[in-house]
Each structure stands twice: as structure tokens, then as C-alpha cells.
Write a protein that binds this ligand. Structure first.
Ligand SMILES: [Zn+2]
Ligand SMILES: [Zn+2]
Length: 254
């Protein structure tokens, strides 16, 4: 049940980890790096952690070694239920140029449940651009793009106010990425920029998606570095998509 109370690190993570019902940003062995775990391995782990909806969002083909178009095209044949939980099939798209083009064809994207749009090197070169807000906006045009992937990365700067207000108008939601907040994160300024994102989202009442960005089963559902920030900002529970499967189905038109 939703309440109006705010999270605390204690009640949410230490004692109530099963309150995370949804994790949509995860990668299996098909991402080509970081894990040899299958989707079924990940579903088992998610089920053990109380996750009800697990999303598999492999990197688009521009990521070295990742799945190709044929993989994404075949996902419509994949099982919707595994290990007693619901599995969604999406993609973490790469923006591949300053014009906001992405690395999957529109027709294949249409067959997926959802997509994140993200920027990873070397598809774009870190620090080459002063502001990538308009690039993101152009990349948000396909109706399956529902989430902004780790926009906290200072190597690819954006105007958070402009981008988040645009996202709100278009039914697209930013993630808060646990991987960006880890002490050994390879992205830059995650702690500082995730705070900025949470602050703006609270002010404009834009829901956020908490993401593990787990490669393989180990960190599925792991949001441990996000909880202290939610606590710090008294971030409203009703603005967290991960507790609201009903809202997720609306976002995804499912
Ligand atoms: Zn990513
Ligand atoms: Zn990812």
C-alpha cells in the first residue's frame, strides 16, 4: 500500500527491501559484457528478492559485443512469465550522434515493451559537447522511449530543468541509477547530479524510476545507494514508479 510517509534508509532498504517491486534496467549475457547469466537466472534472483516485474534492457547494437537487431526482433517470442514473475523486454538504446539518432530501427523498437535512451562512450565522445539536451529530446521521439538512462553522467552534460520539463510533457521518466552512485562508479558526478534530478523531479512532480542497472543476477533489485538520497530529499513515495505496477502499466500502455 502507498502511504504519504517518506522513505528512510532504514525502513526502505534494511527492513523492507521487498518494497521494490519493479526493476526495468538490467542486462543479461546478451549484453556481451559483465555477466554470463541468462534471463531465467535473473528472473530467479528477482523472484527471491520480491521483485514482481523484471525488465531486461540490453544495450543496443552500437555497444561493442551487445545483442544485434535480430535479438531484439525475437523478443516478441520470449516468455512473459518466468519463475512466477512478469518479465518485460526492452532495450537500452545508444544515442549515436548529435542529431539524436539511436541504434535500433523504429520497426524493431515498436515491438518492444519499452526503451531507455542512454549515452555511452564511444558512440559519443566524453566532454566533446557542452550541452546534449536537444540531442536527448530528438532521441525521445519514438513512442517506446519511456525512460531516460543515467542522465547524471557529467561527461555528457544536459540542462536538467529543460530536459525534465520536456520529459514531463511527453510522458517520459528519468531513472535514478544505482550504478551511477556506487563508490567505484565509472560515470562522473553521479552523486551530485542524481541529487539535482531528484530535487527538480520533486519540484515539478515528475515520477522517477529507480534502476539497479545490474549486469547479471547479482545486483538485480539493488538500490542501496539510492535510498540515502531519497531520504535526504524527503522524496515523495508517490513519485517512485517502482512501487506502483498500476502506474507502470499506464506508462507502457499495457
Ligand atoms: Zn547505460
Ligand atoms: Zn545499463
Amino acid at each position: 500500500m502507498l502511504t504519504n510517509k517518506h522513505y528512510t534508509y532504514d525502513n526502505m532498504y534494511k527492513n523492507n527491501v521487498s518494497s521494490i517491486l519493479i526493476d526495468l534496467h538490467t542486462h543479461s549475457l546478451s549484453s556481451g559484457h559483465g555477466s554470463t547469466d541468462t534471463i531465467t537466472d535473473m528472473a530467479k534472483s528477482a523472484c527471491q528478492k520480491g521483485i514482481q516485474v523484471l525488465g531486461i534492457s540490453e544495450h543496443g547494437p552500437a555497444t561493442f559485443g551487445s545483442a544485434k537487431s535480430s535479438y531484439f526482433r525475437s523478443l516478441k517470442l520470449a516468455e512473459r512469465r518466468r519463475c512466477g514473475i512478469t518479465i518485460l523486454y526492452g532495450a537500452e538504446l545508444n544515442i549515436i550522434n548529435i542529431n539524436g539518432d539511436v541504434d535500433l530501427e523504429d520497426e524493431i523498437l515498436t515491438g518492444l515493451d519499452y526503451a531507455f535512451i542512454s549515452i555511452h562512450p564511444p558512440a559519443l565522445t566524453p566532454y566533446e559537447y557542452a550541452d546534449l539536451t536537444d540531442t536527448y529530446i530528438k532521441a525521445m521521439s519514438h513512442p517506446k522511449v519511456k525512460f531516460l538512462g543515467h542522465i547524471d553522467d557529467a561527461r555528457f552534460p544536459v540542462n536538467f530543468w529543460k530536459l525534465l520539463e520536456y520529459a514531463k510533457e511527453h510522458g517520459i521518466y528519468p531513472e535514478i541509477n544505482n550504478g551511477s552512485l556506487m563508490p567505484d562508479a565509472y560515470r562522473v558526478s553521479g552523486q551530485e547530479n542524481c541529487r539535482k534530478i531528484l530535487d527538480i523531479c520533486k519540484r515539478i512532480h515528475l515520477p522517477v524510476l529507480l534502476s539497479s542497472d545490474s549486469h547479471g543476477r547479482k545486483n538485480v533489485g539493488n538500490m542501496e545507494y539510492i535510498f540515502p538520497l531519497l531520504d535526504e530529499y524527503n522524496f515523495p513515495e508517490e513519485l517512485i514508479i517502482n512501487h506502483r505496477p498500476d502506474f507502470l502499466w499506464k506508462i507502457l500502455d499495457m
